[in-house]
Design a protein around this ligand. Structure first.
Ligand SMILES: [Zn+2]
Length: 123
């Protein structure tokens, strides 16, 4: 559970914000932190694709890849499109349940931050 702290703060943040316990400012902060968690800390399988197919080592976060030097920051290239193209990107992001839930977490966190920001600006 300790490894899932990013998920926990995102869920608690959404609940606390919906219940009016915390303001949008604090919620934006929590959402941003949880997005960073999914990108840099979440326990996942490596996103890199090698000659033998997809690397299956454990990695930390979507962007960082595993311990193999060539795989470090592979996720950055995949997600931000240096080569590979969109099709490859979605194939990677839906490759397994961990990557899918991490992508979902990033999307939720970013969306939450945007909604909270709009709320912050409008009020
Ligand atoms: Zn790897």
């Amino acid at each position: 559970m300790k490894k899932r702290w990013g998920v926990v703060i995102l869920v608690l943040g959404i609940l606390a914000w919906a219940a009016g316990v915390i303001g949008p400012g604090l919620f934006i902060l929590l959402a941003v932190v949880s997005v960073l968690y999914f990108l840099l800390q979440a326990p996942l399988t490596c996103i890199a694709i090698g000659r033998q197919g997809r690397c299956r080592n454990n990695a930390q976060g979507m962007l960082r890849g595993c311990w193999i030097r060539e795989h470090k920051w592979q996720g950055v290239k995949v997600l931000f499109g240096a080569g590979g193209g969109g099709q490859h990107r979605s194939a990677v992001l839906t490759a397994d349940r961990q990557q899918m839930s991490a992508s979902f977490g990033v999307a939720t966190g970013m969306l939450s931050a945007i909604v909270a920001l709009a709320d912050f600006v409008i009020k």
